[in-house]
Design a protein around this ligand. Sequence first.
Ligand code: ADP
Length: 192
Amino acid sequence: MLNLVLFGPPGAGKGTQSKKLIDKYDLIHLSTGDLLRGEIAQGTELGLEAKKLMDDGKLVPDAVVIGMISNKLDANKDAKGFIFDGFPRTVAQAEALDQLLESKQSAISGMTALEVNDDELERRLLDRGKESGRADDANPEVIRKRIKEYNDKTAPVAGFYQNQNKFKNINGVGSVDDIFGALVDVIEEYNK
Ligand code: ADP
């Protein structure tokens, strides 16, 4: 199985690159942000609770997102592999993901991080907010909070995969196709 973690701050381009990767490698895309927005759209209890945190730029509790991922893994037993986008976002989530995959005799193939500087991130997110209607993308203060949450809680997840020799960084600034090419080069190494 090819199980990829796409890593990087909000606005790094994980969603854009995930779409291209699922087409190329026939993988299932698991984005916790999309799953949470789906819950909000359906007006579920979970969605209502998550919305308050998301609109404030904060992370949703680990147990909530781990539960959603676990359900999706169970619902896609015959998948060729998965792309995890926006998950794991804390070391506790990374540990839980390792356990979930181990119980299915599988494992993470590798984590690839898209590197983008903070100024470029803020610009991209504000641009996206104009079109997407995402409340968390429209407000500079919320954007800065999300980047801070990322630096405080999520950045350490890179070390977790570095310790397992499963971490690679690539430049996330440039054309979508060039970045995709660099990602594919990394992934081909896992396929060897
Ligand atoms: P972005 O990467 O642009 O910040 P996402 O769509 O991945 O956007 O996430 C939007 C929001 O959803 C986050 O700011 C956070 O509140 C919540 N969220 C998404 N994934 C997770 C996660 N794995 N753990 C905790 N909260 C999450």
